[in-house]
Design a protein around this ligand. Structure first.
Ligand SMILES: *[C@@H]1O[C@H](CO)[C@@H](O)[C@H](O)[C@H]1NC(C)=O
Ligand SMILES: *[C@@H]1O[C@H](CO)[C@@H](O)[C@H](O)[C@H]1NC(C)=O
Length: 481
């Protein structure tokens, strides 16, 4: 009897714990990823991304590739816009990677995958706003874009995709992102007045058609049938979004060392070398030439679009090859985090865009109603350094249509106090950042004070480099190596 009572008590305790853990997750007092993990190591607990129930316990290259494809499916969960009632949303800053695209390189001597980049309703994935998007873009030819953006097509249109072209999947991904942000930021939090003007937005994109089109798709999902005269996209010549302060010799030195690390890791992987050799034999070119064509980029496109891998008369490239290449990529990312050379590169590379973002936040915090929705349409090589610089070591490599969002909030009860939240692909990662890691232990502050981010960007990120610099210019020119 006693035994049975104790058992019931344990059961009740377990139920209570489960409930508490669930509520903590719900109110995101503790990050979801940390709570849902089995706690094998601190590394895996810090893993940020989706953590769906099916996530395998060990690194699975095929599962990781599926996440990377980010094929649109039913509603995903997202934590954007979650805040206590007495907080007011002041501004939102969105950094995206372009959506799904056709490969940048072809595998030598093989037929390129037959993927249709026209936008049509009877093909999956589909979005209810797809046709309206196309007709709206068709009316946008007189729109004002900063040179040379006006020479780019506003939506993809080739029956056989061109290299690097955005696909229908890519458009749908960003229509979805835009609609999700619309539901949260416009409908729920009324970020923009209904009579918004050009000054409320800040839009910037690199000069590729896929980034401009991704930005437009997101904007269309966010502001359907927007007035073309109120939309102005600026052109960013650098993938690091550093225009005006791109010259940074120390950053380049870090990058060279990082590339050397990458090269040495590759040499150590005999299975990888053997696999490149086998694949080169299939397509009958020297191994070096095959490697230079970056075959994993093409193979990921085959994989994401469910198109079988290329074959020749000598055989086929197959799933085993794909797995070896992907596994190596994942190992490379892991070593990259441990060796910290990339962190040096990332801190300097991400400074200009973070600096730009906090300046915009500070102006909004002062009550200026300008640029309260900022969109930077960018690349994996833009997001990746920003994630590392923020200290988000558990973040996965930016998938297609990845989104990193900075929200600025004001405490209505203490209007001089402003806070930030940071979200990566819908997950609240605020308390994973290096400048707000321990903050959630203080339950009366449910977000990260804006000053933490400001001090980090203006001062502490240089200290993290360890060269004794206190500003960007010094840190970029310090003779350290
Ligand atoms: C992928 O293609 C194969 C045939 O080529 C088909 O049987 C399968 O259902 C497809 N999978 C998906 C997810 O579309
Ligand atoms: C950072 O932002 C401030 C304020 O906008 C600006 O004066 C400064 O030049 C920026 N620094 C860099 C390195 O971009």
């Amino acid at each position: 009897m006693l035994f049975r009572n104790r058992f019931l008590l344990l059961l009740a305790l377990a139920a209570l714990l489960a409930f508490v853990s669930l509520s903590l997750q719900f109110f995101h007092l503790i990050p979801l990823s940390a709570a849902s993990k089995n706690g094998v190591s601190s590394k895996s607990r810090k893993r940020i991304m989706p953590a769906p129930v099916t996530e395998p316990p060990v690194m699975d290259p095929v599962y990781e590739a599926l996440l990377y494809c980010n094929t649109p499916s039913v509603a995903e969960r997202s934590m954007e816009g979650h805040a206590p009632h007495h907080f007011r949303l002041v501004s939102v800053h969105v950094l995206i990677r372009h959506g799904d695209r056709y490969p940048l390189y072809a595998i030598p001597r093989t037929k390129r995958p037959e993927i249709d980049c026209t936008l049509v309703a009877n093909r999956k994935p589909y979005h209810p706003k797809l046709e309206a998007f196309v007709s709206h873009m068709a009316r946008g030819s007189g729109a004002s874009f900063e040179s040379p953006l006006h020479s780019l097509p506003l939506y993809p249109s080739h029956p056989l995709c061109e290299m690097g072209e955005l696909t229908q999947t890519g458009v749908v991904q960003h229509l979805q992102n835009g609609q999700l942000l619309r539901d949260i930021y416009l409908k729920k939090h009324k970020l923009l007045p209904s009579e918004w003007s050009e000054d409320h937005l800040y839009l910037e994109t690199t000069g590729k058609s896929r980034t401009l089109q991704s930005g437009l798709a997101l904007l269309y999902g966010f502001l359907p049938d927007f007035d073309w005269t109120k939309v102005f996209f600026r052109h960013q010549p650098s993938a690091l979004f550093c225009s005006g302060s791109c010259y940074c010799p120390v950053r380049n030195q870090y990058l060279e060392k990082e590339q050397r690390r990458q090269y040495l890791l590759r040499l150590k992987n005999s299975q990888l070398e053997r696999t490149y050799g086998e694949m080169a034999k299939v397509v009958d070119v020297p191994t070096k030439q095959l490697r230079a064509a970056n075959p994993i980029d093409s193979l990921l496109c085959h994989f994401c679009h469910n198109v079988s891998f290329p074959c020749t008369r000598s055989g086929c490239i197959d799933m085993e090859h794909f797995k070896v290449l992907r596994t190596h990529q994942l190992e490379d990312e892991r070593e990259r985090r441990e060796k910290k050379l990339y962190l040096g590169y990332a801190l300097l590379g991400a400074h200009p865009i973070l600096n730009q973002t906090i300046s915009r936040m500070q102006r909004a915090a002062e009550g200026r109603e300008e640029e309260i929705f900022a969109l930077y349409s960018a690349h994996d090589v833009t997001l990746s350094p920003v994630l590392s610089a923020l200290g988000l070591t558990g973040a996965r490599f930016p998938r297609f249509a990845a989104r990193l969002i900075f929200e600025l909030w004001q405490d209505r009860e203490k209007p001089s106090e402003h806070f930030v939240r940071i979200l990566y692909n819908g997950m609240d990662v605020t308390f994973h950042t290096s400048f707000c890691q321990d903050h959630h232990k203080r339950p009366h502050k449910p977000m990260c004070p804006l000053e933490n981010l400001v001090h980090f960007v203006r001062r502490d990120m240089f200290a993290a480099l360890g060269s004794g610099s206190t500003n960007y210019y010094d840190a970029c020119h310090k003779e350290e190596f």
